[in-house]
Design a binder for this molecule. Structure first.
Ligand SMILES: NC(=O)c1ccc[n+]([C@@H]2O[C@H](COP(=O)([O-])OP(=O)(O)OC[C@H]3O[C@@H](n4cnc5c(N)ncnc54)[C@H](OP(=O)(O)O)[C@@H]3O)[C@@H](O)[C@H]2O)c1
Length: 212
């Protein structure tokens, strides 16, 4: 697939590298291409452009920017460039205030997730929450003692979720589909839980698994 990755941070670089590894075509989108110069030198098959360039190039978009900037990044990408396309939403609504005893603060509440806000504004895009509940180092083919981890996903469009499930399978994940966009109210806070061992004990190499 042609994948447009919006972002220049650890998540964008890791997922961009993962898509290249699995044979996809990648364009990274950023306001500042220089931030990706080292990454681009190591990933010569990838292209780098603006948010709008990457979204226009893409058959599937990945949103991997700071939560507080996610709506601005999608506006810069352009609603027309997103329309009809699956958009993997890897963002978390982390507020600028510091964590309390290792617990992050969110700027959303339990009755409205960030993904729902974005889906409402960009109603032509087919958002799927994924990759938000694990650290970037474990996103692509993680090797964990406990076996294959579970990625919790949700979104309103079944065919977009099917496309994203195919990517997650390539990237070494089991998939737990939690339903429509409202489920992001529960999936986004998994990031808070995931980060607590990191903040308290500097443990960052774990992932969730759903057992039956
Ligand atoms: N780090 C992790 O391990 C991890 C794991 C799971 C989920 N997440 C989530 O994934 C997202 C990306 O995380 P990250 O750590 O890779 O990077 P980050 O530092 O949270 O975000 C960096 C990106 O945000 C963009 N950005 C910042 N301010 C902006 C603005 N005013 N307008 C438009 N874009 C703006 C930057 O754009 P430019 O490129 O233009 O500078 C850059 O691409 C976050 O929502 C985070 O919560 C992170």
């Amino acid at each position: 697939m042609k994948v447009g990755v919006l972002g220049s941070g650890d998540v964008a670089k890791t997922l961009g590298g993962g898509f290249l590894k699995h044979g996809h075509e990648v364009m990274m989108g950023t306001r500042t291409a220089a931030k990706l110069s080292d990454w681009a030198a190591q990933n010569t098959k990838a292209r780098v452009g603006s948010f709008a360039d990457a979204a226009a190039f893409a058959e599937m978009v990945v949103l991997a920017v700071k939560g507080t900037a996610s709506a601005d990044a999608l506006r810069a990408a352009g609603a027309a460039n997103l329309s009809g396309k699956p958009v993997i939403d890897a963002t978390n609504p982390i507020a600028d205030a510091p964590p309390t005893n290792g617990v992050l603060k969110f700027f959303t509440n339990l009755d409205e997730s960030l993904m729902e806000r974005l889906q409402r504004e960009f109603d032509g895009a087919r958002l799927v929450k994924a990759f938000n509940s694990v650290g970037s180092v474990c996103m692509v083919n993680p090797e964990l003692k406990g076996g294959k981890p579970t990625m919790f996903i949700c979104g309103n469009d079944d065919s977009a979720k099917k496309t994203v499930a195919g990517i997650l399978d390539q990237f070494g994940w089991e998939i737990a589909d939690m339903g429509k966009a409202e489920a992001a109210r529960a999936i986004e806070p998994l990031c808070m839980l995931w980060c607590i061992p990191g903040f308290l004990r500097n443990e960052w190499l774990h992932a969730f698994k759903l057992l039956e």
